[in-house]
Ligand binder design. Structure first.
Ligand code: BG6
Length: 330
Protein backbone atom coordinates (compact mmCIF):
# COMPACT_ATOMS: atom_id res chain seq x y z
CA UNK A 1 0.00 0.00 0.00
CA UNK A 2 2.79 2.39 0.86
CA UNK A 3 4.15 2.22 -2.67
CA UNK A 4 0.85 3.35 -4.09
CA UNK A 5 0.41 6.85 -5.40
CA UNK A 6 -2.98 7.62 -3.94
CA UNK A 7 -3.80 10.92 -2.33
CA UNK A 8 -4.65 10.46 1.28
CA UNK A 9 -4.33 14.13 2.16
CA UNK A 10 -4.26 17.31 0.10
CA UNK A 11 -0.71 17.88 -1.00
CA UNK A 12 0.87 20.85 -2.68
CA UNK A 13 1.51 18.94 -5.89
CA UNK A 14 2.61 21.33 -8.60
CA UNK A 15 0.75 21.39 -11.88
CA UNK A 16 1.14 17.95 -13.43
CA UNK A 17 2.59 17.48 -16.90
CA UNK A 18 0.34 15.70 -19.41
CA UNK A 19 2.74 12.77 -19.60
CA UNK A 20 4.86 11.85 -16.65
CA UNK A 21 4.48 9.89 -13.47
CA UNK A 22 0.98 9.18 -12.17
CA UNK A 23 -0.23 12.25 -10.33
CA UNK A 24 -3.09 13.31 -8.12
CA UNK A 25 -3.65 17.04 -7.88
CA UNK A 26 -6.06 19.06 -5.78
CA UNK A 27 -7.20 22.18 -7.59
CA UNK A 28 -10.18 24.48 -8.20
CA UNK A 29 -12.91 23.58 -10.63
CA UNK A 30 -16.02 25.42 -11.83
CA UNK A 31 -17.22 28.11 -9.38
CA UNK A 32 -14.12 27.56 -7.24
CA UNK A 33 -15.27 24.11 -6.11
CA UNK A 34 -12.45 21.77 -5.10
CA UNK A 35 -11.66 18.96 -7.45
CA UNK A 36 -9.05 16.24 -7.67
CA UNK A 37 -7.41 15.45 -10.97
CA UNK A 38 -5.83 12.01 -11.45
CA UNK A 39 -3.48 11.43 -14.36
CA UNK A 40 -1.85 8.30 -15.67
CA UNK A 41 1.50 8.37 -17.55
CA UNK A 42 -0.04 7.20 -20.83
CA UNK A 43 -2.34 10.24 -20.81
CA UNK A 44 -5.66 9.09 -19.37
CA UNK A 45 -7.19 11.18 -16.60
CA UNK A 46 -10.21 11.62 -14.39
CA UNK A 47 -11.62 14.47 -12.30
CA UNK A 48 -13.57 14.19 -9.07
CA UNK A 49 -15.36 17.06 -7.35
CA UNK A 50 -15.43 16.95 -3.56
CA UNK A 51 -18.98 18.24 -3.99
CA UNK A 52 -20.91 14.97 -4.29
CA UNK A 53 -17.70 12.92 -4.72
CA UNK A 54 -18.79 13.43 -8.28
CA UNK A 55 -16.64 12.21 -11.18
CA UNK A 56 -17.10 14.83 -13.90
CA UNK A 57 -14.48 13.75 -16.40
CA UNK A 58 -12.84 10.56 -17.60
CA UNK A 59 -10.51 10.83 -20.57
CA UNK A 60 -8.69 8.13 -22.49
CA UNK A 61 -5.02 8.37 -23.39
CA UNK A 62 -5.90 10.38 -26.52
CA UNK A 63 -7.50 13.00 -24.28
CA UNK A 64 -11.02 12.14 -25.52
CA UNK A 65 -13.81 12.71 -22.99
CA UNK A 66 -15.77 9.53 -22.28
CA UNK A 67 -18.40 10.90 -19.91
CA UNK A 68 -21.24 13.26 -20.74
CA UNK A 69 -21.66 16.44 -18.70
CA UNK A 70 -24.39 18.83 -19.77
CA UNK A 71 -23.37 22.25 -21.08
CA UNK A 72 -26.10 23.53 -18.73
CA UNK A 73 -24.90 21.63 -15.64
CA UNK A 74 -25.06 23.71 -12.48
CA UNK A 75 -21.92 23.47 -10.37
CA UNK A 76 -23.50 24.98 -7.30
CA UNK A 77 -25.01 23.40 -4.18
CA UNK A 78 -27.66 22.17 -3.65
CA UNK A 79 -28.13 21.15 -7.29
CA UNK A 80 -26.44 17.88 -8.24
CA UNK A 81 -24.15 18.17 -11.25
CA UNK A 82 -25.94 17.00 -14.43
CA UNK A 83 -23.67 14.39 -15.96
CA UNK A 84 -20.53 12.50 -15.02
CA UNK A 85 -21.15 9.98 -12.24
CA UNK A 86 -23.53 11.16 -9.50
CA UNK A 87 -23.67 8.87 -6.46
CA UNK A 88 -27.22 7.90 -5.51
CA UNK A 89 -27.38 7.16 -1.77
CA UNK A 90 -29.14 6.47 0.58
CA UNK A 91 -31.80 5.96 -2.03
CA UNK A 92 -32.10 5.54 -5.73
CA UNK A 93 -35.25 7.24 -7.05
CA UNK A 94 -37.71 9.38 -5.13
CA UNK A 95 -39.62 7.10 -2.82
CA UNK A 96 -40.63 8.28 0.64
CA UNK A 97 -39.63 11.61 2.10
CA UNK A 98 -35.96 11.63 1.06
CA UNK A 99 -34.98 13.73 -1.92
CA UNK A 100 -34.70 12.06 -5.36
CA UNK A 101 -31.56 9.87 -5.50
CA UNK A 102 -30.63 10.72 -1.91
CA UNK A 103 -28.28 13.37 -0.60
CA UNK A 104 -24.76 11.95 -1.13
CA UNK A 105 -24.59 13.63 -4.54
CA UNK A 106 -25.09 17.10 -3.14
CA UNK A 107 -23.00 17.05 0.01
CA UNK A 108 -19.43 18.15 0.41
CA UNK A 109 -17.21 15.11 0.88
CA UNK A 110 -13.81 15.18 2.60
CA UNK A 111 -10.53 13.64 1.57
CA UNK A 112 -10.13 10.49 3.62
CA UNK A 113 -6.74 10.89 5.26
CA UNK A 114 -6.69 7.52 6.98
CA UNK A 115 -8.78 4.95 5.11
CA UNK A 116 -8.89 1.46 6.63
CA UNK A 117 -6.87 -1.13 4.72
CA UNK A 118 -8.24 -1.61 1.27
CA UNK A 119 -7.95 -5.16 0.01
CA UNK A 120 -7.69 -4.76 -3.72
CA UNK A 121 -6.76 -7.03 -6.54
CA UNK A 122 -6.30 -4.31 -9.12
CA UNK A 123 -3.05 -2.91 -10.36
CA UNK A 124 -4.25 0.66 -9.99
CA UNK A 125 -1.80 2.89 -8.20
CA UNK A 126 -3.45 6.24 -8.90
CA UNK A 127 -6.40 6.84 -6.65
CA UNK A 128 -8.12 9.12 -4.16
CA UNK A 129 -10.15 8.23 -1.10
CA UNK A 130 -13.09 10.41 -0.12
CA UNK A 131 -15.44 10.11 2.82
CA UNK A 132 -18.94 11.27 3.70
CA UNK A 133 -20.38 11.27 7.21
CA UNK A 134 -23.85 12.63 7.99
CA UNK A 135 -24.15 16.15 9.39
CA UNK A 136 -26.61 17.05 12.16
CA UNK A 137 -29.03 18.19 9.44
CA UNK A 138 -28.61 14.95 7.50
CA UNK A 139 -29.45 12.98 10.63
CA UNK A 140 -32.74 14.88 10.85
CA UNK A 141 -33.82 13.67 7.40
CA UNK A 142 -32.19 10.21 7.59
CA UNK A 143 -31.52 9.29 11.23
CA UNK A 144 -28.68 6.82 10.71
CA UNK A 145 -24.97 7.17 11.45
CA UNK A 146 -22.77 5.96 8.63
CA UNK A 147 -19.37 6.30 7.07
CA UNK A 148 -19.36 6.22 3.30
CA UNK A 149 -15.86 5.77 1.85
CA UNK A 150 -15.37 5.97 -1.88
CA UNK A 151 -12.15 5.23 -3.71
CA UNK A 152 -11.80 6.58 -7.23
CA UNK A 153 -8.94 4.89 -9.07
CA UNK A 154 -7.49 5.16 -12.54
CA UNK A 155 -5.86 2.01 -13.91
CA UNK A 156 -2.63 2.16 -15.93
CA UNK A 157 -4.63 1.46 -19.11
CA UNK A 158 -7.13 4.21 -18.28
CA UNK A 159 -9.85 2.11 -16.65
CA UNK A 160 -11.95 3.96 -14.10
CA UNK A 161 -12.72 2.13 -10.86
CA UNK A 162 -15.13 3.29 -8.18
CA UNK A 163 -15.35 1.34 -4.95
CA UNK A 164 -17.83 2.30 -2.27
CA UNK A 165 -17.70 1.06 1.28
CA UNK A 166 -20.64 1.99 3.48
CA UNK A 167 -20.57 1.19 7.19
CA UNK A 168 -23.29 1.42 9.81
CA UNK A 169 -21.60 3.31 12.66
CA UNK A 170 -24.67 3.78 14.82
CA UNK A 171 -24.49 3.05 18.52
CA UNK A 172 -28.24 2.68 18.99
CA UNK A 173 -28.24 -0.95 17.83
CA UNK A 174 -30.47 -0.17 14.85
CA UNK A 175 -29.91 -1.45 11.33
CA UNK A 176 -30.49 0.77 8.31
CA UNK A 177 -31.56 0.04 4.76
CA UNK A 178 -30.59 1.79 1.55
CA UNK A 179 -30.63 1.59 -2.21
CA UNK A 180 -27.75 2.77 -4.37
CA UNK A 181 -26.57 3.62 -7.89
CA UNK A 182 -23.51 4.85 -9.75
CA UNK A 183 -25.52 7.06 -12.09
CA UNK A 184 -23.01 7.03 -14.96
CA UNK A 185 -23.67 9.30 -17.97
CA UNK A 186 -21.73 7.87 -20.92
CA UNK A 187 -20.89 10.18 -23.79
CA UNK A 188 -22.12 8.73 -27.10
CA UNK A 189 -21.94 10.02 -30.67
CA UNK A 190 -25.61 9.50 -31.49
CA UNK A 191 -28.07 7.63 -29.28
CA UNK A 192 -29.78 6.07 -32.31
CA UNK A 193 -26.48 4.36 -33.19
CA UNK A 194 -25.98 2.86 -29.73
CA UNK A 195 -26.64 -0.67 -28.58
CA UNK A 196 -26.46 -2.15 -25.10
CA UNK A 197 -25.52 -5.79 -24.67
CA UNK A 198 -25.80 -7.94 -21.59
CA UNK A 199 -29.38 -7.10 -20.61
CA UNK A 200 -31.28 -9.06 -23.28
CA UNK A 201 -34.06 -11.32 -22.01
CA UNK A 202 -33.83 -9.96 -18.47
CA UNK A 203 -36.69 -8.78 -16.30
CA UNK A 204 -36.95 -5.07 -15.66
CA UNK A 205 -39.08 -2.58 -13.76
CA UNK A 206 -40.31 0.17 -16.04
CA UNK A 207 -40.12 3.56 -14.34
CA UNK A 208 -42.34 4.95 -17.11
CA UNK A 209 -45.09 2.47 -16.19
CA UNK A 210 -45.25 2.69 -12.40
CA UNK A 211 -42.41 0.23 -12.02
CA UNK A 212 -44.40 -2.57 -13.54
CA UNK A 213 -42.32 -5.68 -14.22
CA UNK A 214 -41.65 -6.80 -17.81
CA UNK A 215 -39.26 -9.13 -19.60
CA UNK A 216 -36.94 -7.69 -22.24
CA UNK A 217 -37.43 -9.19 -25.70
CA UNK A 218 -35.09 -9.11 -28.65
CA UNK A 219 -31.40 -9.35 -29.32
CA UNK A 220 -29.93 -6.19 -27.93
CA UNK A 221 -31.20 -2.93 -26.55
CA UNK A 222 -31.40 0.02 -28.94
CA UNK A 223 -32.97 3.46 -28.51
CA UNK A 224 -35.70 5.34 -30.32
CA UNK A 225 -37.68 6.94 -27.49
CA UNK A 226 -37.50 7.72 -23.78
CA UNK A 227 -36.16 4.84 -21.67
CA UNK A 228 -36.16 4.51 -17.89
CA UNK A 229 -35.79 0.87 -16.85
CA UNK A 230 -34.33 -0.97 -13.90
CA UNK A 231 -32.95 -4.30 -15.16
CA UNK A 232 -32.90 -6.89 -12.39
CA UNK A 233 -30.16 -9.33 -11.39
CA UNK A 234 -28.04 -8.61 -14.43
CA UNK A 235 -24.74 -10.21 -15.43
CA UNK A 236 -21.68 -8.52 -13.94
CA UNK A 237 -20.61 -7.24 -17.36
CA UNK A 238 -22.58 -4.90 -19.64
CA UNK A 239 -21.39 -3.34 -22.91
CA UNK A 240 -22.45 -0.09 -24.54
CA UNK A 241 -21.52 -0.15 -28.22
CA UNK A 242 -21.20 3.16 -30.05
CA UNK A 243 -21.03 2.31 -33.76
CA UNK A 244 -20.30 5.80 -35.01
CA UNK A 245 -17.43 6.32 -32.57
CA UNK A 246 -16.29 2.72 -33.06
CA UNK A 247 -16.02 2.53 -29.30
CA UNK A 248 -17.39 0.12 -26.73
CA UNK A 249 -17.73 0.89 -23.06
CA UNK A 250 -17.51 -2.12 -20.81
CA UNK A 251 -19.07 -1.81 -17.38
CA UNK A 252 -18.19 -4.43 -14.77
CA UNK A 253 -19.86 -4.40 -11.41
CA UNK A 254 -19.74 -6.20 -8.13
CA UNK A 255 -22.18 -6.02 -5.22
CA UNK A 256 -24.67 -4.21 -7.46
CA UNK A 257 -27.16 -6.69 -8.91
CA UNK A 258 -29.28 -4.26 -10.95
CA UNK A 259 -28.64 -1.88 -13.84
CA UNK A 260 -30.67 1.22 -14.65
CA UNK A 261 -30.83 2.41 -18.26
CA UNK A 262 -32.03 5.97 -18.78
CA UNK A 263 -32.35 8.43 -21.63
CA UNK A 264 -34.84 11.29 -21.20
CA UNK A 265 -35.39 11.80 -24.97
CA UNK A 266 -36.67 15.07 -26.38
CA UNK A 267 -39.69 16.03 -24.22
CA UNK A 268 -38.10 15.33 -20.83
CA UNK A 269 -34.87 16.94 -22.03
CA UNK A 270 -36.76 20.17 -22.69
CA UNK A 271 -38.31 20.02 -19.23
CA UNK A 272 -34.92 19.87 -17.47
CA UNK A 273 -33.42 23.29 -16.80
CA UNK A 274 -29.88 21.91 -16.49
CA UNK A 275 -29.94 19.88 -19.71
CA UNK A 276 -29.74 21.09 -23.32
CA UNK A 277 -32.74 20.35 -25.56
CA UNK A 278 -30.75 18.14 -27.94
CA UNK A 279 -28.24 16.73 -25.51
CA UNK A 280 -30.21 13.50 -25.06
CA UNK A 281 -28.74 12.45 -28.41
CA UNK A 282 -25.25 12.40 -26.97
CA UNK A 283 -25.67 10.62 -23.65
CA UNK A 284 -26.83 7.36 -22.18
CA UNK A 285 -27.04 6.48 -18.51
CA UNK A 286 -26.25 2.88 -17.62
CA UNK A 287 -26.15 2.68 -13.87
CA UNK A 288 -24.74 -0.12 -11.72
CA UNK A 289 -27.30 -0.24 -8.94
CA UNK A 290 -28.90 -2.05 -6.02
CA UNK A 291 -32.57 -1.11 -6.22
CA UNK A 292 -34.95 -4.04 -6.19
CA UNK A 293 -33.56 -5.57 -3.01
CA UNK A 294 -32.49 -2.80 -0.61
CA UNK A 295 -29.33 -3.45 1.39
CA UNK A 296 -29.57 -3.67 5.16
CA UNK A 297 -26.61 -3.09 7.46
CA UNK A 298 -26.58 -3.83 11.16
CA UNK A 299 -24.38 -1.68 13.40
CA UNK A 300 -20.74 -2.42 12.61
CA UNK A 301 -21.52 -4.03 9.26
CA UNK A 302 -20.06 -2.79 5.98
CA UNK A 303 -21.24 -3.11 2.39
CA UNK A 304 -19.04 -2.83 -0.66
CA UNK A 305 -20.12 -1.98 -4.21
CA UNK A 306 -17.75 -1.64 -7.12
CA UNK A 307 -17.96 -0.40 -10.69
CA UNK A 308 -15.18 -0.65 -13.24
CA UNK A 309 -15.39 1.12 -16.60
CA UNK A 310 -13.23 0.64 -19.62
CA UNK A 311 -13.45 1.97 -23.16
CA UNK A 312 -12.21 -0.29 -25.94
CA UNK A 313 -12.25 -0.11 -29.76
CA UNK A 314 -15.45 -1.55 -31.21
CA UNK A 315 -13.84 -4.64 -32.61
CA UNK A 316 -15.03 -5.86 -29.21
CA UNK A 317 -17.14 -8.86 -30.21
CA UNK A 318 -20.84 -8.58 -30.23
CA UNK A 319 -22.41 -11.60 -28.60
CA UNK A 320 -19.56 -11.90 -26.13
CA UNK A 321 -22.00 -11.04 -23.42
CA UNK A 322 -23.84 -14.30 -23.37
CA UNK A 323 -24.77 -14.34 -19.64
CA UNK A 324 -23.45 -17.92 -19.28
CA UNK A 325 -20.03 -16.89 -20.57
CA UNK A 326 -20.07 -13.66 -18.61
CA UNK A 327 -20.69 -15.43 -15.35
CA UNK A 328 -17.78 -17.75 -15.97
CA UNK A 329 -15.20 -15.05 -16.04
CA UNK A 330 -14.41 -11.41 -16.58
C1 BG6 B 1 -32.53 8.02 -13.55
C2 BG6 B 1 -33.95 7.69 -13.15
O1 BG6 B 1 -31.65 7.16 -12.91
O2 BG6 B 1 -32.25 9.35 -13.17
C3 BG6 B 1 -34.88 8.65 -13.82
O3 BG6 B 1 -34.23 6.36 -13.50
C4 BG6 B 1 -34.51 10.08 -13.49
O4 BG6 B 1 -36.22 8.39 -13.42
C5 BG6 B 1 -33.04 10.29 -13.84
O5 BG6 B 1 -35.32 10.98 -14.20
C6 BG6 B 1 -32.52 11.69 -13.52
O6 BG6 B 1 -32.73 12.00 -12.19
P1 BG6 B 1 -32.27 13.40 -11.63
O7 BG6 B 1 -32.78 13.46 -10.20
O8 BG6 B 1 -30.79 13.46 -11.70
O9 BG6 B 1 -32.92 14.44 -12.51
Amino acid sequence: MSSEKGLSAPSATPSAPSFGPPTVELCKGVNGLDKLVLREPRGSSTEVYLYGCHVTSWKNDHGEELLFVSSKAVFKPPKAIRGGIPICFPQFSNLGSLEQHGFARNRLWAIDTDPPPFPTTTSSKTFVDLILKPSEDDLKIWPHSFEFRLRVALGPGGDLLLTSRIRNTSTDGKPFTFTFAYHTYFSVSDISEVRVEGLETLDYLDNLQNRERFTEQGDAITFESEVDKIYLSTPTKIAILDHEKKRTFVLRKDGLPDAVVWNPWDKKAKAMADFGDDEYKHMLCVEAAAVEKPITLKPGEEWKGRQELSAVPSSYCSGQLDPRKVLQGS
